[in-house]
Design a protein around this ligand. Structure first.
Ligand SMILES: [Fe+2]
Length: 186
C-alpha cells in the first residue's frame, strides 16, 4: 500500500475483518480478540473514549504491510508500536496515539517499578520483553515518568496484558465504530 487511506476508520475495520483471525504471537487469542478484549477491559475500567480507542488499536502496527509507506518512512525502527503510532497520528489525537507509541516502553517501565508486574506477563510477553530491552534502567524510568500521558500509557499496558483470555467473549469491531469515528481529527 502506498497511498494514505481516504477513510481511516473504513481502513481499520477492513484490517480487522480481513486479518483479525491471525494468531497473536504465541498467545491463545487471535489478533482481533486481543485488541477487542483490551478495549473491553478499558471500557469495563471506566476509561475515557481516547483510552478505549487506544486499547482497540494498540497493536495495529503488527499489520505493517497494511500501513502506508509514507507513515513507515517516518519511523526510525518501525517496531510495531512506532509503526502503528506513526500511522495513526495523522488521524487521531495524541491522547490516543501516545499510549500506543509507548505500550512496549510501559511494559519495560512496569517491570522496573513494580515487582509484581513481571508475574502477570504471559510467556510470549516475557520472551518479547527480552527482545525489547528488558526492564528499564533508573535513568529510563525517570525519563519515562516525564510523559504527559504516563497514566494512560500504564493503563493501556495493563489492558494489553489482560486481553489474552481465549474464554472471554467481547463485542465485535462494529460496536466501537461510532466511538472511533468520533475521535478522528477533522
Ligand atoms: Fe497487545
Amino acid at each position: 500500500m502506498t497511498n494514505a487511506p481516504e477513510n481511516i476508520v473504513d481502513l481499520i475495520e477492513d484490517i480487522f475483518l480481513r486479518r483479525g483471525a491471525e494468531s497473536y504471537l504465541g498467545e491463545q487469542v487471535t489478533m482481533a480478540q486481543h485488541m477487542l478484549q483490551a478495549a473491553q477491559c478499558a471500557e469495563e475500567a471506566g476509561a475515557d473514549n481516547s483510552q478505549i480507542v487506544a486499547a482497540l488499536l494498540h497493536d495495529i502496527g503488527h499489520y505493517k504491510n497494511e500501513i502506508p509507506e509514507s507513515s513507515l518512512a517516518r519511523g526510525i525502527n518501525n517496531f510495531h508500536e512506532e509503526a502503528g503510532a506513526n500511522f495513526l497520528e495523522d488521524y487521531f489525537p495524541t491522547s490516543v496515539v501516545e499510549p500506543i507509541r509507548q505500550h512496549v516502553a510501559a511494559k519495560r517501565y512496569l517491570c522496573a517499578v513494580d515487582s509484581n508486574y513481571f508475574n502477570l506477563l504471559s510467556s510470549a510477553s516475557v520472551h518479547t520483553l527480552n527482545l525489547q530491552g528488558g526492564a528499564m534502567s533508573d535513568k529510563e524510568v525517570k525519563e519515562f515518568e516525564k510523559n504527559e500521558y504516563l497514566e494512560q500509557c500504564i493503563n493501556l499496558r495493563y489492558w494489553d496484558d489482560q486481553g489474552k483470555d481465549p474464554e472471554k467473549s467481547c463485542p465485535s469491531f462494529s460496536y466501537y465504530r461510532a466511538l472511533i469515528d468520533s475521535l478522528v481529527k477533522s
